[in-house]
Ligand binder design. Sequence first.
Ligand SMILES: [Zn+2]
Length: 239
Amino acid sequence: MHIFFEYNRKCKNSNSFDAKSIEKTTERICKYFLSLKGVYILLYLHHNLSWIGAAAEMFPLNCPNPGIEFPYLNKVISEYSHIDFAIHFSSIVTYGDEITKVLNISHEFQHVAQYNDDRKIYLYGCIIRHFLKGQIPLVEIPIEYDANRMSKIIAYDMCGKVAVKNHIQSMLSDTKIKNKEYPKNFISINIHGEFNLKDKILRLWEANEIEKKVEVLKKYSLRDVDQESVIEMYDFANK
Ligand SMILES: [Zn+2]
């Protein structure tokens, strides 16, 4: 795995900015992702909170429409001769404590692994996330559950079970965190049993008639950006 780090130039204005610790933590996480040997990943760490409300976001760069436009990220990527994936981290991760870094970086690397293992299954997972948004909690969407599960396994191993449990407990009691879905779900994740991502995705795909929903969307002429992205992901997945 080849990792490149880019930091927003404003990061260094913060006292809590420590590039060395971000890079050391990432290096340790890489050891859990041996299947990603030969993959080029750019990590962009921002000094701002994300405007999409997520701590981090992963973009597979060979996919025609990775979903969201980050003009500055595109500019940074263009300065490299080859990058397979770009991951955008918000200030939550850039200035976060060790456990926050481990949980978020592992989560995003697991999305890279999902795409790398089976592109179609990963993209179907994203399409399911689009159609089932609001119907089932985001943390229960299989690609998200699987990424949280892997991040739990890695964080327990790297930071210790007790410290991670305390970290999650503090999220539950933090009044600034309004949505408690993530910590509640995290506690319930079973890291011992097997999680068959492909099976879960194909079952949801069938049960919710996603194929039909995509067909309907294809005939619809006034598609918004997200809907356009769904069509592109579907076509690319089945190419
Ligand atoms: Zn995710």
